[in-house]
Design a protein around this ligand. Structure first.
Ligand SMILES: Cc1ncc(COP(=O)(O)O)c(C=O)c1O
Length: 321
């Protein structure tokens, strides 16, 4: 049994999306609301953090240190988890310091995180330097990698699949935003654990499917090894669609704008501009092309990120017309 520190409001609800289903015609769409995991305005990272933080505490950590973009949802949830547990928090944010702290960055600051800025290319180097420095200063740091995607965090979505299996919906497809791979790796482990027979389709936010599926397969297999599963996957078994990420990470295109507006105006569901907006744009495109068969059950797994709606440049770019 792996240790877990409860941080999330679980189980997250599953809701039908009748208006979207009618609009698209054919498949039946549902949504799993991991935007409602609660901690610091919620999101998928909280599920990984339940396990990462357990490992940190077991190792006697007093400070959590991690990295992400300036509008990182992961960093926001690490900052909130640190605050809740009375730990220090250092965030290395890749990008320039904005004049005004908005969206996720505002929430990082409210949670009391110490913030450092770096370029995207030096991000991991600065992370390591800050970790070494914190260690020398006796701050007992625990390093969480980008996105919390390692063998310690992946069980968060293994647990989520166990949760799903008890919620009465057997989706034919699970579709969601996949970026550092920990969510998808955990789901695949969970599918194995629960006997889930549907398909797990990650919409890639920034990586091509060839390299990304290899990276995810490695994470699945390393985690499986640590969990003593006598089982492994190959990269061919990992389903990634990379057709929607060519604009680059965090770049808002008309497809994300349409998806964010459609989910909000038809279903009252708030997506985010970077991850769930892009994944939903992929979902809509696939549905319109007849990718899903009539009456198939398609579960869109909302992974959170809503605070970025309130940060420039997204806040200005989202309104249509
Ligand atoms: C809102 C949101 N959705 C999806 C993802 C992707 O999850 P993963 O990095 O585990 O692939 C992230 C990662 O930062 C995220 O913030």
């Amino acid at each position: 049994m792996i240790e877990r520190v409860p941080l999330a409001h679980l189980p997250t609800p599953i809701e039908a999306l009748p208006r979207l289903s009618q609009l698209l015609g054919g498949a039946l769409f549902f949504i799993k609301r991991d935007d409602l995991t609660g901690l610091g305005l919620g999101g998928n990272k909280t599920r990984k953090l339940e396990y990462l933080v357990a490992d940190a505490l077991a190792k006697g950590a007093k400070t959590l240190i991690t990295t992400g973009a300036v509008q990182s949802n992961h960093c926001r949830q690490v900052a909130a988890a640190s605050a809740k547990l009375g730990l220090g928090c250092q965030l290395i944010l890749a990008g320039d310091e904005p004049e005004e702290a908005q969206g996720n960055l505002l929430l990082d600051k409210l949670s009391g995180a110490q913030i450092f800025y770096s370029s995207k290319t030096t991000r991991d180097q600065v992370l390591q330097e800050k970790f070494n420095q914190a260690k020398e200063e006796g701050l007992e740091p625990y390093l969480i990698p980008y996105g919390g995607s390692n063998t310690k965090g992946a069980p968060g979505y293994l647990n989520a699949m166990i949760e799903l299996s008890g919620q009465g919906l057997q989706p034919d497809w699970i579709v969601f935003a996949s970026s550092s791979g920990g969510t998808q790796a955990g789901m695949i482990l969970g599918a194995h654990h629960t006997g889930y027979k549907g398909k797990i389709l990650g919409i890639s936010i920034e990586h091509d499917s060839a390299s990304f599926s290899t990276q995810i397969a490695e994470l699945v297999n390393q985690t499986a090894l640590e969990l003593r599963y006598d089982w492994s996957v190959t990269h061919e078994e990992i389903l990634i669609n990379d057709a929607y990420c060519s604009a680059g990470y965090g770049v808002l295109t008309p497809a994300e704008v349409e998806a964010v507006n459609l989910f909000a105006s038809e279903e009252g569901i708030l997506l985010d501009p970077v991850y769930t907006g892009r994944a939903a744009a992929g979902l809509l495109d696939l549905a319109r092309k007849g990718f899903f068969r009539p009456r198939e059950k398609v579960l869109f797994w909302h992974t959170g990120g809503t605070p970025a709606l309130f940060a420039p440049p997204y806040s200005q770019g989202l309104l249509q017309g």
